[in-house]
Structures are given as C-alpha cells and as structure tokens.
Ligand binder design. Sequence first.
Ligand code: PMP
Length: 507
Amino acid sequence: MRQLPPPLDAYQWPPSTDELARRVGLDPAQMIRFDGNVPAMPPVTARPATIARALADVNEYDRGRYFELRLAIANYHGVDINQVVLGAGSDELIVTCARLFASNGSVATVPANSYSMYRFAAGMAGATVVDEPESADLVFVCRPNNPTGELPDIPSVSGQLVIDEAYADYAGVSAVDMIDEGIIILRTFSKAFGLAGARVGYALTTPELALALAARVPPLSVSSLSAALALAALNSPLDISEQVAERDRLALELEKYGLQPLRSWTNFLYIPMESPETYVDGLLPYGVVTRAYPGALRISVRDQLDDDRLLAAIRDFQAGTPPTNIPTLFRRATAETSLAIRLRIPGQSRVFISTGQGFYDHMIQQMAFHGGFDLRIEGVGDFETGDHHTVEDTMRALGDAFATTLGDRKGLARYGEARVPMDEAIAHAVVDLSGRPMATISIDPDPGMATHALESFVQQAKITLHVTATGSNAHHVAEASFKAVGRALAEALRRESGVIKSTKGSL
Ligand code: PMP
C-alpha cells in the first residue's frame, strides 16, 4: 500500500461565526468579527453588475491571463506589466516564494513575531524557520507587521527578500522603488480594497523573478469573477482616510478603558496585556470576536457602527454587566419574520437586500440607493400567508433603524422633495424628517403593497411623507415612487448646520 504523506502543520482558521454564536447562545447575525483585519463593508464596486460581464463569459478561460487587471496593477504602482504576478490571495504567493527560494532550506521573518502563514509556507517547502535573517535563504518582512501593527526596518540580508505589504495602504509607505534590487513585494486586495473573499493578491518584482514566480503558480489560479472585482476596485479611487481616522479614534477610546494599543500602521490594534484570553472569552457573549496572541489582544478596526459596539462590550465586560439585550444593530424578530439590518447614513449607496420577497427587496434597494444609504438587510419571512408580513416587517424594521440612526436629527436639512419618472409613470415625493409619523400616499395603480410598505416605514421612521404617483404599469409606478422617496430623503438628510431645523428646538 502506498504510504500517506507525512502530517504537516497547517494554517489554523478561527472558528466560524456560526460556531462561535452557538457557543454563547447568540444568533450568528449578532456576532461581529474583530479578528479578521478586513473592512466592515465591501467596496462600492462590489456589485452584481461588476461581475455581469465575467459571468457571461464564465464558460471560457481568459487567455489574456487578466491582461487588463495586470496592466491596471502595473500602472497603479508605476511598474511594467511583466513585473506583476497574480495569485489567489497573497497567501498563494507566500507559498510560491517559500517553494522557490527555500526548498529544504531556511526561512526567517522580520519581525520575529509575525504572520503565521510564513511558518506554514516554510513547512510546505520543507524549510526550517530560523531566528537570524542574515543567514536565511528567504526572509519575509511583514511591513507593516501583522499582528503588532508596527513598521519594521528593511534589513539587509544575503537571502531572497520578500516584503509583504498586505497592510501598506494603511501605512502610506511602500518599498516598490526597491524592486530593481531584486526584492519581491507582495500585495493583496483582501485588506484596504475589501475583497478578502475574492482571493486576489499579486507580486511585484523584476521581470526575471516575475517569470520565475509565474512559472510556479497554477495557470489562472484567480477566477475571472475575482479578477473583475479586483479591476473595478482598483479603478475607483482608494480612500482609506476614514478607516485611518476610525483606527485613531478607537485607539483613544480604548485607552479610556485602560487598554493601551501600540502605535498601529494598519487596520488593527495590538494591545499588550497579561491574559488576553480573558478578554477574548469575556467579550464573546456580547457578540464581539477578538483574537488573543501570546501576551496581547488584537482587535481589527471596522467602522464606527461596529467599533462602538466593541467599546460598549468592553465597558460592560469590565463592569461585570451581563450581556442582556445585546445591542445588535437593528434586529427585528417576530413570529413571521427574522431580520438583521445594518444601516449607515450617510453612506455610499452600498445596498444589499435579501428577505426573499424579490419585488419589494428591489423597491427598498432603489429607495436606499437613491437615498445614499449603506444598507444591508438579511432575513427570512414566512410566505405561507403571502408576502404581507415580510414586507411590512422589513419596512417597519428599516423605519426603526432609520429613526435610531438619525438620533436627534440635528444639523439635517429636514425637508426634501423629488420628482422621478419611469417610462410612462411619474412619482412625486415630499418628505419632512418631522419626528412625527404622517403618511399621505397615493400610488395608482399599486402593485399590491407599495402604499402599505411606505406607510409602515413612515410609522417607525417618524417622518412626514407625501407621495403621489400615477402611470399605467403598476411596477413602474411603484419603482418611481420608491426612487422618489429615496431622492427626497437624500435631500432632507443633507447636513446643513449644527442646529435642529425647528423653531421649537426639537423634532
Ligand atoms: N499577509 C499578511 C501579513 C496577512 O495578514 C494576510 C491575511 N491575513 C495575508 C498576507 C494574506 O492575504 P490574502 O491571502 O487574503 O491576500
């Protein structure tokens, strides 16, 4: 009988969200992962339309090996296209580098406490991990470093130097201009570009080393769908200023709870402490997933919405306040439906709606898109009795989320109006973020629940809404209505000043 391959130490994934939720008796939708170093939201370019073309050709191989993407990457970094090698995540290129330069040899990392994959890649190549970079065949420099967030100096070594710049966008530094010295730079779309699930990474190096690497990566290991997502992300300007500002805010807020993060050049914070497991275990029942390292806790920075939940969990955990009534963003569960809603206003029109009621999912999507919201609604309804419960509950839950997100409505323009045609149909919407629910809605013909859906939203959102819409096709009339409401809301939500737009001083 043929012998089994010898066992190999493999990359350790943390437990799935479902598994962690089960451990603490929560719903997976209540869990927020602060252990993955990825942004809270996908990029705005990650829309179905972005991959539509690639889907239409998904029966084909891309014989040009994603020429457009490689060219865009080359231009982005000011190098030649023959200096770019694509991989299925930079992990694939880490493994390739280990096989190419350290087969049965030695690998060192800088700093010593660095990304675990280098060690596993060394194992795959039959290499040993050594402490001295000077004498290693291959040296991975993680710059900035995971997990500590620091920016290490680039050592001068005799072996092959690979600089892993997975988080370099957050640091605003790169060693790309050292490529001519024969170094290899690794980059990824998983972090600042928000495409971890798409698995796209690349190496930048000399044309000769690029050829040597490409020869060892399986042909087309990146899928055409992923290549399309990466290209679209690269073609729209990357702005990480918000994430960097949020990192600095979170670091300051953590200090209020006696936690002292090291200075970070990345999208995560590393907090030296004696028993980090206490925090990891203690925060889990609040739906907050963090990660322990020997002598430190690592927390990924997400966005204000999520990070505020983390801070509240730390506050309650430290005070010994049990996790009752977990402040899951906007969650609605009735006998008929169960919904999880994430809403951010103003957002960038990143909208994903999935309740199973396709037509009204589409209507809400139009409203949120034109309203400039970031909105994610996921849920399931009971359709045995028709779509009534699901649509009504979704719109009420969205109204709740809207009211909570707006808070005291201070500084907002308050009034908005829009007229939107759709073919033969025309809709007129006027909104007042009044604080009092009042709906005067005439949608004629109504495809079924359009009027009731908007009334349900108004009730919970505490706004005044007038809609008049006419036409001959009910679908068009409803769609024009939801778009008009979205546009009117966008106008009313404009930030004008720091005051509440009411002579009464409150809404
Ligand atoms: N390098 C570093 C330092 C990382 O932290 C990660 C992701 N955890 C990777 C590379 C791999 O990224 P990907 O394979 O998703 O491109």
